[in-house]
Write a protein that binds this ligand. Structure first.
Ligand SMILES: Nc1ncnc2c1ncn2[C@@H]1O[C@H](COP(=O)(O)OP(=O)(O)O)[C@@H](O)[C@H]1O
Ligand SMILES: Nc1ccn([C@@H]2O[C@H](COP(=O)(O)O)[C@@H](O)[C@H]2O)c(=O)n1
Length: 205
């Protein structure tokens, strides 16, 4: 079975996860989804106060070598045990999720196009973009509601690490994408990517 890997990158709050979730809902068991965020390094040996200070927008914050290995295993038809992540505790969760090999793998994350090893494994590269003001507003709401943060903390983190790292590592990867889409809620872009995936699945059937 040939495996097609589709990378879905873009800044925080651009709508990557929304776009990816919609594709997953469309194809259900025909596609597997891997989130780069689940590969943030385990920090259980560091006190929580220290973990809060980590720069989570630098490529070194992720164990990308494990992701590369697991993607290769999926391509070889092997089942993997994918790590999971706890944003409130800033470290890996104890659970792992079993991911079976599929013809199509969606790989989502701010930095998935920033790593040459990941880019080399991808067949299609997508970059989701949205204005910075919209992204930070969405992030404030989401992080307070879903990631156990307070507004002051989100704003401070944005100004000290998220924003500078975005311009250093995330935005430059836009030029490596095959498809650049405007926001994660873009029905026309969704149809285009959906039809591309459907074609791949039909060809391989
Ligand atoms: N086009 C959009 N318009 C308004 N809200 C959006 C849009 N796209 C995503 N959102 C919302 O913004 C938040 C962040 O979106 P998400 O898909 O998690 O972004 P990302 O994965 O790129 O960080 C979510 O609460 C989502 O519902
Ligand atoms: N402990 C952590 C780990 C990551 N983050 C932030 O998550 C962002 C990436 O996820 P998106 O869904 O927004 O793409 C990234 O910008 C990290 O700053 C965090 O805050 N805490």
């Amino acid at each position: 079975m040939k495996t097609i890997i589709i990378g879905i990158a873009g800044g925080t709050g651009s709508g990557k996860s929304t776009f990816t979730r919609k594709l997953k809902k469309e194809f259900e068991d025909d596609v597997a989804v891997l989130y780069h965020d689940n590969y943030y390094r385990d920090q259980s040996d560091i006190p929580l106060e220290e973990r809060r200070k980590t720069n989570y927008d630098h490529p070194d914050a992720m164990e990308t070598e494990l992701l590369v290995r697991q993607l290769q295993e999926l391509k070889e038809g092997k089942t993997i045990q994918c790590p999971t992540y706890d944003y409130t505790l800033h470290t890996r969760s104890s659970e792992v999720v079993t991911v079976e090999p599929k013809k199509v793998i969606l790989l989502e994350g701010i930095l998935v196009l920033a790593d040459e090893r990941l880019r080399d494994l991808m067949d299609i590269k997508v970059y989701v973009e949205a204005d910075a003001d919209e992204r930070i507003l969405r992030r404030i709401i989401r992080d307070v509601k879903e990631r156990g943060r307070d507004m002051e903390g989100v704003v401070e983190q944005y100004l000290t690490t998220v924003k500078p790292m975005h311009y250093l590592y995330v935005e430059p990867t836009r030029s490596t994408a095959d498809i650049v889409i405007n926001s994660g809620m873009n029905p026309i872009a969704f149809e285009l990517v959906k039809n591309t995936i459907q074609k791949i699945l039909d060809e391989e059937a």
